[in-house]
Design a protein around this ligand. Sequence first.
Ligand code: SAM
Length: 212
Amino acid sequence: MRLRHKPWAAEYLADHPEILEPDPASYRGKWASRFSKDQPLYVEVGTGKGAFVNELAEQNPDVNVIGIELYESVIVTAVERAVEKPKDNLILLKQDVADLTDFFAPGEVDRLYINFTDPWPKNRHAKRRLTHEGFLTKYTEVMKKGAGIHFKTDNQGLFEFSLESMSRFGFYFENVSLDLHQSGMRQNIMTEYEAKFARRGMRIYRLEAVLH
Ligand code: SAM
């Protein structure tokens, strides 16, 4: 993700605490009370500019959606989208996914999405991959039993690494596709990165990993 400095972003985000929750730890274990309805909670890690979470929340009024992104200059676009088209089932967090267990109680998350996360191809950077066992340990702590991770990537190496890494945690796999856009899968919500790769005719890998 190329970062552009946006000096106005901090002020814009501070003006929208109804969308960008500034104190997520205070809702740990009680996110249902932060939304207008008590319903299943879906979380996307590495949300980027938020096209996916905005659309997911829009299409699924019966779930609560949280998107987590590290950078202010990136998540500000996700917040702008939510301001333009308000929804009462979407919250955004400008936070590090490494701190996930500070924000969610064990079993609080019904589904987790990882879309086009940075592949970090060098071995010495493997721990930064959002499907590395360090992150999987945190995901499995906050996910309900039977919950799934829905994962998409354009990167074959990252896909193979993630399959291996997740299988060590006892996930089983469903709806695996080695070429999503040719698979006839309906109801796919495209992310920004996915749209860019699709325009270049690149293959998209996808899986659902279900926690026993
Ligand atoms: N999911 C979006 C998409 O598919 O268009 C964005 C993909 S972009 C390659 C990956 C995003 O993950 C970047 O915006 C990056 O800042 C974010 N990210 C990476 N590591 C993160 C972390 N530890 N915590 C929060 N966000 C992270």
